[in-house]
Design a protein around this ligand. Sequence first.
Ligand code: ADP
Ligand code: MG
Length: 486
Amino acid sequence: MSDWQTVIGLEVHAELETESKMFSSCPVVDSVEAPPNSAVDALSLGMPGTLPVINMRAMEYGIMVGLALNCEIPPLNQFARKNYFYPDLPKGYQISQYDHPLAIQGHIDIEREDGTQKRIRVRRAHMEEDTGKLTHVADGSLVDYNRAGVPLLEIVSEPDISSAQEAEAYARKLRAILRYLGVNSGDMSKGVLRFEANVSVMRSSDRALRERTEIKNLNSIRNMTRAIEYEAKRQIRLYQRGDMVKPATLGWDEAAQRIVIQRYKERADEYRYFPEPDLPAVAVSREWVAELQARLPELPDALRRRFVDELGLNDTDATVLTADRAVAEFFLELLDGDGIDAKAAANWLTTDLFRMMNAQEIERENINSIPLRAGQCAGLLRLVQGGTINQNTARKKVLPAMWRTGKDAKVIVDEQGLAQVSDAALIKRQADAVLRDNEALLQRYLAGNDKVINALFGKIMGAMRGKADPAIVRQVLQEKVKALKE
Ligand code: ADP
Ligand code: MG
């Protein structure tokens, strides 16, 4: 019997979007767009004789993240030197935190696939500086120090995550929180948010965790979940063969869709941490913490609860609409219009609008780049709610035309004559004509094939170019066939 379970702990590196670097006034630039080594100073390059100065804005952002993750903020935190050699680290050490991190003992609540919630504990979050970036080319390696010294928050979870799906939910929730706080764009393709997964497997009878491996440099959530699934299977196979899992640093080969072993760890890395002598310890007063707490915006969980409690949305819609700050804001702006029904709007946004966006391959977080403003969407919904057009006309004709032209719904309805027809006498005449022209269908219905009624309904709607009020059509049709049956 296979009773293996997966155990995952995530280490997340999030750059904090400050104007300047962690320990100097050197500007922080876009790592993809800026020319290499265009934002460096003596400190980023680790020149002898330079002295770091703490970027207090970065500390504030870090504390705000800690608070948003329900962490305790210890009254004192301290930087520490992490000593190692690597070409992307010109000083020969990284300023990080060790014994006295910025934030400890928090949690993130995730929604699982079965709809239940699970609490994942956050062990710690500490401040450090990012390193430079190496690009390996045919005859060597190139180094870009633009990123060196950018404020970086490392957020470490407890090994509470039990599947690739839970890891994905954790990653998405954490990313959403960072974006709600406005401290990180969440753009993994630019490397401003990076995940490392520690993975082990265990049997339900095990008393302790087993040896783990660490998968580095996962550059998308999809790659992370695939790598975790692959690695868990690999470990189970090893145990089943009677082998052991050796502690190792792994990578994910995206092209080959497999794990590659980068190096085995004979023993724990020795970084010879010691308190950073060039920086003072930072006292974090309770007043400061309270002030930052008060500055936190409404976060995804709170907004989700409000959508359920105050707007009456179901859990699924509320979760989807708050998963991304831009989507939540778009939805709230849409509701700002007079007399918009929240449930109908939520339903429309998560089905019709998302379908359009999917077709155009627009990510949900980029909802602001669609050719429609929230107010225009409200205009469309109002026409449906007021009975001017029916749902189907809105979906099939008006929305696509709005998308194409950027015009308001009302204009399109007027221009194309799409207003709904509720004139019962007219609908009756059309129904009579359709029944006359479709004698065979009608006979099948009268012979007991109830489903044929839908085909007849479709024919009447079609005859009226889809504009008839579907409720009236259904009613008229029922009356007619009932009369014919008798
Ligand atoms: P290190 O400091 O060497 O990276 P930690 O003990 O701080 O090691 O753990 C780092 C990460 O590994 C944490 O996210 C933790 O939850 C996770 N982790 C620790 N033990 C295991 C294990 N047996 N299986 C999976 N993840 C683990
Ligand atoms: Mg580690």
